[in-house]
Design a binder for this molecule. Structure first.
Ligand code: HEM
Length: 396
């Protein structure tokens, strides 16, 4: 490949996998546009990058989410951008909110949301899956976790869309820049009010837990709290929405899988894990090279910007036999869609829980899912997903 690949081209947005396969074969570490990132595409190299936090720093996220034109952005200061030891301190303050016991406590609420959303899905007519199903569940769950006003769910989605669309913005896109600046201001203003109200009146929610959390006598600073709330909004919403969207796309493409899940709901977790492998919602994560290094036989200088391409790694033929086949009977689960090492996703059990309970509630009602129009793919470097997905759910 002589010309630099553009990850934002319509073809790469619609189906990047054939090109990822070419990259893994011919140019496993190569520079791509936009942004001149070094894309690392082979499974073992991606894992090596994510493991080596000294050379491949998560500061890469800060550069991608806090460019000069944006300036202030609490998301770009969250634990996602930190390396040891600062990262470890924050992680130990917040991870108690995600223990198995905490998830078990949440399960009944998530089930109630899932059953309600599934029951309201109009059957036998075209609907937008994103609007009707994929967005409402994670928005309700994250709203519940943080104690946010349900009437603002649509606004949260716009915020997270904007916060995950920062890196493809080019200098000519001044109107888009203004929209994103407005989003950061609006979200911060709203979340400042949430923090103030929980300080006045503690509640049984994660914000109150975070305000009280202490490790070695230290609690979270106001700026750390704000960054974490931004991270939870984006992490909790934007990724899980796409897990649910990609699940629908696979059920449309494989009606026989839908039949099997209906007959045996115990297969639903395996289906979800295979959707995560086949179409990881986080297709790449950012890293910054801290010292001259070599990866996949390519020398990278200090300061190089790297994209660890999880989306490609999950289809690496060297790691997954028949990698391009969607196969819920595949042996062994990969957790790579949730990252690897110290930044491994805190919300992985919650995302899996939401997807399992949604399909458990929905499938008894639905015999078949069929497309009602072409999906529209999002323009984003790190997240892969659709903005709309017209479908018809045929009644059982
Ligand atoms: C299918 C859904 C999800 C996917 C695919 C996903 C993916 C990821 C990935 C790949 C990372 C690692 C980023 C890196 O190494 O730089 C990550 C981190 C994180 N995720 Fe998720 N995520 C999902 C859902 C969630 C949910 C539901 C939450 C919370 C409600 C969440 C909260 C977080 C947090 C807080 C981190 C940062 C952990 C750290 O820096 O130590 N995620 N996620």
């Amino acid at each position: 490949m002589s010309e630099r690949l553009n990850l934002m081209s319509p073809a790469m947005l619609a189906d990047p996998y054939p090109t990822y396969a070419e990259l893994r074969r011919d140019a496993p570490v190569c520079q791509v546009d936009p942004g001149g990132f070094w894309a690392v595409t082979r499974h073992d190299d991606v894992v090596a990058v994510l493991k080596d936090t000294a050379v491949f720093s998560s500061e890469g996220f800060r550069a991608a989410t806090k460019p000069a034109w944006l300036g202030h952005n609490p998301f770009g200061d969250s634990m996602l951008v930190l390396d040891p030891p600062a990262h470890g301190r924050l992680r130990s303050l917040v991870n108690r909110a995600f223990t198995p016991a905490a998830m078990a406590r949440l399960e009944a609420r998530v089930r109630a949301f899932a059953e309600d959303i599934a029951a309201r899905l109009p059957l036998g007519q075209p609907v937008d899956w994103v609007e009707s199903l994929a967005m409402p569940l994670p928005a309700s769950v994250i709203g519940e976790l943080l104690g946010l006003d349900p009437s603002l769910h649509a606004r949260f989605k716009r915020w997270t869309d904007d916060l995950t669309s920062i890196s493809p913005v080019t200098p000519d896109m001044t109107a888009r820049m203004e929209e994103i600046r407005t989003t950061v201001r609006e979200a911060e203003q709203y979340l400042t009010e949430v923090l103030a109200s929980r300080r006045r009146e503690p509640a049984d929610d994660m914000v109150t837990d975070l305000l009280r959390a202490q490790v070695d006598g230290q609690s979270l600073t106001d700026a750390e709290l704000m960054s974490f709330l931004f991270l939870l909004l984006v992490g909790g919403l934007e990724t899980t929405v796409h897990l649910l969207n990609h699940s629908a796309l696979q059920l449309i493409a494989h009606p026989e899988v839908l039949d099997r899940l209906r007959a045996d709901p115990a297969l639903i977790p395996r289906f979800i894990d295979e959707v995560l492998r086949y179409e990881p919602p986080v297709r790449s994560v950012y890293r910054l090279v801290m010292a001259d290094t070599e990866i996949g036989g390519v020398r990278l200088p200090k300061g190089a910007k790297v994209l660890a391409m999880i989306g490609s790694a999950c289809r690496d033929e060297a790691h997954f036999p028949d990698a391009h086949r969607f196969d819920i009977d595949r042996r062994g689960v990969t957790h790579l869609p949730f990252g690897h090492g110290i930044h491994f996703c805190l919300g992985a059990p919650l995302a899996r829980l939401e997807a399992r309970l949604l399909f458990t509630a929905l499938l008894p009602r639905v015999r078949r899912l069929s497309p009602a129009g072409p999906p529209e793919w999002r323009r984003a470097l790190s997240v892969r997903g659709v903005t709309s997905l017209p479908v018809v759910a045929h009644p059982a």
